[in-house]
Ligand binder design. Structure first.
Ligand SMILES: Cc1cc2nc3c(=O)[nH]c(=O)nc-3n(C[C@H](O)[C@H](O)[C@H](O)COP(=O)(O)O)c2cc1C
Length: 375
């Protein structure tokens, strides 16, 4: 049953070390500004996303729904989203569409967060098998269930292939995304679930077109690990535990070829990671497992967690002299060699490589003209 799987995901993610790889946020450094020329109180981290004002660019990640435990978690997180003025995804709503008696576990989100930015969620493999008529029904039901401001479709080929009852069906997903684009007036987000989006995929999504890409890169929760625990795998998934594009690199790849909004997630673990994500090209950031762990401890812990993330984010803004999010996007940031090597090999033209290209381009053209003139 789908509901059992939802509870198993929660239980396994909460009681095991299911985080793998490295999001690579430690491999970049924001440059300290000793003369910010603003007071700490001048820092204004608020942003507008899909017409909703957020107190800072943070969205509670997609987690769950479909069971009593999930209902408690969703209710707790939604209350916090409303109180803090931040965004919130819900987990995949397929369970509530095929078993309507479980829909209340999602509806608590609209009841507890009437004015927050709310994001509905469906899975690409399931959507790929629906007829046009069914797809219209699913999309409308998912959006109406939580009065969503946007709809996310998650891409999870790695999860499906390791899931015991997985559905690794990805043929025809692009055409279904184009159809969804036509049938809903809500902004369309495409997200991964912890293995990242490459620039090739970002280009395909740009053509759909989608309104936002949430990279959900590797370095945080790994569904390859979670599903391997569920299938009592004794080792065959081991070589793939690290599979995926580290989140920092996925942000650079995606934002280098895509003009829509980029959300950073996957192993984002504090407000400083979030500030780095924005400085390299993201528009907002999101965390899932940390919010799950907090929600299981109760509302006060969720509030403490969000307050801490917000404080860290504001401190990073202040210490880079960033009064607004636009200032933070321009803040200087420096990357280590492994990050640069990936970006150069992949030909990624982003903020981290621009100065390098700008430095080398004139030198290369001088060398080239010298070579030509020797002929
Ligand atoms: C228990 C659990 C359930 C999840 N369920 C969903 C889901 O239903 N839909 C979805 O898009 N992502 C789901 N995710 C993936 C997260 O949204 C996120 O992409 C991933 O966990 C990486 O972020 P993190 O490192 O901050 O946890 C789930 C994550 C966890 C931990």
């Amino acid at each position: 049953m789908i509901e059992n799987r939802k509870d198993e995901h929660i239980k396994i993610a909460a009681s095991n070390d299911v985080e793998e790889g490295n999001s690579l946020f430690d491999e970049v450094q924001l440059v300290h500004n000793a003369l910010p020329e603003i007071d700490f109180d001048d820092v204004n981290p608020s942003v507008s996303i899909f017409g909703k004002r957020l107190s800072f660019p943070f969205i509670i990640g997609a987690l769950t729904g479909g069971t009593e435990t999930a209902e408690r978690i969703n209710g707790t997180l939604a209350r916090a989203a409303e109180e803090f003025g931040i965004g919130m995804y819900v987990g995949s709503q397929r369970v509530a569409i095929v078993r309507p008696e479980t829909a209340r576990s999602f509806r608590v989100v609209k009841d507890n967060a009437p004015s927050a930015l709310k994001i509905a969620n469906l899975g690409a493999p399931q959507v790929s098998r629906l007829s046009e008529r069914e797809l219209i029904d699913w999309v409308n039901e998912a959006v109406d269930m939580i009065n969503a401001d946007a709809l996310a479709i998650h891409l999870n080929p790695a999860q499906e292939v390791f899931q015991p009852e997985g559905e690794p069906w990805f043929r025809g997903v692009l055409s279904k995304l184009r159809l969804i684009r036509r049938i809903t007036n809500r902004p369309l987000i495409v997200k991964e679930v912890g293995n990242g989006i490459s620039m090739e995929v970002a280009k395909m999504l740009a053509e759909v077109p989608v309104d936002a890409i949430d990279v959900a890169g590797s370095g945080g929760t790994s569904f390859i690990v979670i599903e391997s625990i569920r299938r009592r795998d004794t080792g065959e998934s081991g070589v793939f535990r690290n599979w995926g594009i580290p989140t920092l690199l996925s942000i650079c790849e995606t934002s280098s070829v895509y003009d829509g909004l980029v959300f950073a997630s996957g192993g984002v673990r504090n407000g400083l990671d979030g500030a780095k994500a924005i400085a390299v090209g993201a528009d907002a950031f999101s965390m899932s497992r940390p919010m799950l762990l907090s929600a299981l401890k109760g509302y006060d812990t969720v509030k403490d967690t969000i307050s801490r993330i917000m404080w860290e984010f504001k401190v990073a803004m202040f210490l880079t002299g960033s009064r607004t999010i636009n200032d933070l996007k321009k803040a200087p940031i420096v990357a280590s060699l492994p990050v640069l090597l990936w970006l150069i090999q992949r030909g990624v033209k982003c903020k981290l490589t621009m100065t390098m290209y700008d430095t080398w381009r004139p030198i290369a053209s001088i060398l080239l003209s010298k070579l030509m003139s020797n002929d």
